[in-house]
Design a protein around this ligand. Structure first.
Ligand SMILES: Nc1ncnc2c1ncn2[C@@H]1O[C@H](COP(=O)(O)OP(=O)(O)OP(=O)(O)O)[C@@H](O)[C@H]1O
Ligand SMILES: O=P(O)(O)OC[C@H]1O[C@H](OP(=O)(O)OP(=O)(O)O)[C@H](O)[C@@H]1O
Ligand SMILES: [Mg+2]
Length: 309
């Protein structure tokens, strides 16, 4: 008797057979929990108690390293680790040889200059920083921005609580992450100038891997990116099903074009058709109202748990 043929190896299984993909993940701070949640939803192992520094996930061909978000670009840029999740602002500040390959839609913030509210009301602008002291935890980012603006100022590097530096006389202005703006307000500061950067969490790899010309693209990277993309799309879209009179089918399909094209199926009653399409989650109720006004009925919305497009 012959033994059965093995199943063709899936891309995930073949990745598991080679060296694991080494992935850097934030161990603390604003990005840590949403990054863990994303990886969990993408089917990867996550650490049970928060103190593990390394976590092997052989079933998925991955190994996770829990590191300070600020250090992640350094490990990835040097090629020590294959891929990482960090903030765009931290990546640029590090000046590491790493680049962004996917935006993740969480950890959003703006990076801005701020100064005493009275001076800002009096017209303080970036040119007014000439010869001044600017406190920040992101000295690389600020130095690059000032140089591009042709402003010569001294950058005072602080670890955190940067807003207090002006009050204590260590700096004349600051540049920091602003989310709600409440920390600035309570320190008597206000933003000025254009935003230096809009940041969010991103996936990074070593520079030029994407172009295919530089370092070898690590095995398993495509699987990781596809899985993450699947989670992000599943979060952004819902599935909408409805029945619509055939005379309004074209107008209904225009409202719900889906990604390629909506699925249209006949109903037992030839005057009606059934339609199924993915719809951006944020527009769900507006689309339902417009479909209803058009004569569509039995409009059902369901959550998508995962997808591969
Ligand atoms: N309110 C926020 N404060 C700081 N960083 C934020 C905020 N919202 C989003 N971020 C993003 O999180 C990343 C900084 O994370 P990091 O863990 O270094 O700092 P943190 O969240 O302030 O934590 P901690 O101050 O405890 O070290 C940056 O990419 C930043 O843009
Ligand atoms: O605009 P907001 O919503 O007020 O958020 C922005 C503040 O949050 C962060 O500080 P964090 O609490 O991380 O303290 P740190 O400065 O010591 O890092 C950041 O450095 C700002 O100070
Ligand atoms: Mg902080």
């Amino acid at each position: 008797m012959t033994s059965p043929l093995p199943h063709a190896a899936s891309s995930a299984a073949s990745a598991a057979a080679t060296a694991p993909l080494r992935i850097a993940v934030p161990n603390k701070g604003s990005l840590s929990e949403p990054a863990a949640q994303l990886l969990r939803e993408a089917g990867y192992a996550t650490r049970r108690e928060g103190r593990e520094l390394v976590l092997a996930d052989p079933e998925n061909g991955a190994e996770f390293f829990f590191l300070r978000p600020r250090d992640i670009a350094v490990y990835v840029g040097s090629g020590t680790l294959d891929v990482g999740i960090t903030g765009r602002d931290l990546l640029l500040d590090s000046r590491a040889e790493a680049e962004e390959v996917m935006q993740l839609g969480f950890g959003a913030s703006t990076f801005r200059f701020a100064g005493p509210a009275s001076q800002v009301a009096g017209g303080l602008d970036v040119a007014g920083l000439q010869g001044q002291r600017v406190a920040t935890s992101y000295p690389g980012l600020v130095a690059d921005h000032l140089a591009a603006a042709g402003v010569s100022a001294s950058v005072v590097r602080l670890d955190g609580a940067v807003e207090t530096a002006v009050q204590l006389g260590v700096a004349d202005a600051i540049a920091d992450v602003v989310e709600t703006g409440s920390t600035l307000r309570s320190a008597g500061l206000a933003v000025f100038g254009e935003p230096i950067l809009r940041s969010e969490a991103v996936v990074i790899t070593r520079r030029s891997i994407e172009a295919g010309g530089g370092p070898v693209r690590p095995a398993g990277l495509d699987v990781l990116l596809r899985r993450i993309q699947g989670v992000l799309v599943a979060r952004q879209y819902v599935m909408v099903d409805y029945d619509v009179p055939r005379e309004h089918l074209d107008a209904a399909c225009a409202l719900t074009p889906g990604l390629e094209s909506p699925t249209v199926a006949p109903l037992a009653d030839p005057a009606w058709a059934a339609v199924r399409a993915m719809v951006p989650r944020a527009t769900t109720n507006r689309v339902m109202d417009e479909l209803y006004d058009l004569g569509a009925r039995a409009i059902l919305v369901t959550t998508i748990h995962a997808c591969r497009l």
